[in-house]
Design a protein around this ligand. Structure first.
Ligand code: SF4
Ligand code: MG
Length: 326
């Protein structure tokens, strides 16, 4: 998947005044076949807006105002925003699975789980009902779920089991690209682990690419191959996950890693001063400058360009470019 110069803004008019919230502001990234790419950042950094845009699941007031999203599914190449909305919806399910934040609610509470599979996936599979139900059971078994869950009502399943069923549902058509937004956030740590194990299994079994979004750096450390750090609608650093954890270069990445709790901590770790900026009126220059402990004059006026550091590590920070920090 290739995203180039992508911009998606929430645009509202109120008493004749247009207000723009630049949730996704000039993002360029590549996701390779067969890799798990993570996106990290605080809440309201634009993570969910970015992946909604990549999934082609946006509706007004969120609009794409620039840039492109291209997929190569092997059998089919797609320039997402030149497609008609109904073609975009057809691409979802078949080639692209989007597990939305809070997606456990897609299971119809009044019907058995089997019915949700039929409602969402049957028409995309192009096979008669008995063959479809057999394919669903085989898919569940491959993901170590008992086909018996199909007879359950959602409320009979634990939160972790419901999330695993939703992931099975999203991937039953064997899409090549899977997008998941905070799928483990509502779950406790032990249950999180079973969901992460399942995502890894899905990826291995289907050789799919996965775009995985969470604010939880510990989850990224355990799951993702590469990681992009978002701050205030922009990508500020990107690289192999282990390189970013070993050698974070952007002050914001450093903060995210340092704020991870460690065994032996007596008290919660110190957060960063200040809050993420209001994206309707972001600060000029580097958007992180009001909170950055090493901000310089140039940071207040010039947007730092993305610089390649080698080995696929990229960072947008004047201090790194000027060699002020190592
Ligand atoms: Fe801090 Fe300047 Fe780097 Fe932004 S560009 S992170 S303000 S040093
Ligand atoms: Mg979100």
């Amino acid at each position: 998947m290739r995203v180039d110069g992508l911009k998606a803004y929430y645009q509202t008019r109120w008493f004749g005044i247009t207000r723009e919230v630049r949730a996704v502001d000039d993002i360029t990234l590549r996701i390779e076949h067969d890799e798990i790419y993570g996106i990290a950042g605080e809440s309201s950094s634009g993570k969910s807006s970015l992946i909604k845009t990549i999934a082609g699941a946006i509706r007004p007031p969120l609009n794409v105002v620039g840039g492109t999203v291209n997929f190569d599914f092997g059998t089919r190449k797609v320039d997402l925003y030149t497609l008609k909305p109904e073609e975009r919806t057809a691409i979802r399910w078949k080639h692209l699975a989007y597990i939305m934040q809070g997606s456990m609610s897609v299971l119809n509470p009044l019907r058995r789980v089997r019915q949700s599979f039929i409602d969402f996936a049957f028409r995309h599979m192009g096979m008669p009902m008995p063959a479809f139900l057999k394919a669903v059971e085989d898919h569940l078994l491959r993901l170590h779920l008992q086909p018996g869950v199909l007879d359950s009502y959602p409320h009979e399943l634990s939160g972790g089991m419901r999330q695993r069923v939703v992931i099975a549902l999203a991937t039953v058509c064997r899409p090549g690209f899977i997008i998941a937004d905070e799928p483990t956030t509502a779950l406790d740590v032990v249950v999180q682990k079973s969901v992460l194990t399942m995502i890894r299994e899905v990826q291995r079994e289907m050789r799919a690419s996965i775009l995985f979004v969470t604010h939880d750096m510990a989850v990224h450390a355990n799951l993702t191959d590469r990681l992009g750090i978002m701050y205030a609608g922009r990508l500020v650093e990107e690289g192999r996950t282990r390189d970013l954890f070993r050698n974070p270069r952007h002050p914001y990445t450093l903060h995210l890693i340092r704020s991870l709790p460690r065994i032996g901590d007596a008290e919660p770790r110190q957060g960063l001063e200040g809050t993420p900026p209001n994206l309707a009126d972001p600060p000029p220059g580097c958007r992180f400058h009001p909170r950055c402990p090493i901000a310089m004059d140039v940071c207040r006026v010039m947007v730092p360009p993305m610089q390649a550091l080698g080995g696929g590590h990229r960072v947008a920070c004047h201090a790194v470019t000027e060699g002020t920090v190592q």
